[in-house]
Design a protein around this ligand. Structure first.
Ligand SMILES: [Zn+2]
Length: 84
């Protein structure tokens, strides 16, 4: 099963079309697009600014990850858009 749903717009997309955000189960750090060696609770977001903004504004990302999400993570996610 490679289809995942965006935490903001709930659209189901293929894994490769979504940014993956994982809470490392070892130390609780939040990792953007982790390698397959990092395990933990994960959330997905579309590669677009509006979904990232909404995920933070409405706390959807924090709810999905069941942890508080630092604001600087938003900058990190927006960076992913530029790398794409
Ligand atoms: Zn979305």
């Amino acid at each position: 099963m490679t289809e995942r749903c965006c935490a903001a717009c709930r659209q189901v997309k293929d894994r490769k079309d979504l940014i993956k955000i994982t809470v490392n189960h070892k130390d609780g750090s939040i990792i953007v697009n982790p390698d397959s060696l990092t395990f933990g609770r994960s959330a997905y977001l579309c590669y677009n600014k509006s979904c990232i903004e909404e995920a933070f504004k409405k706390n959807k990302l924090a709810k999905q990850l069941k942890t508080s999400v630092p604001n600087e993570l938003k900058g990190q996610l927006l960076n992913e858009l530029r790398n794409d």
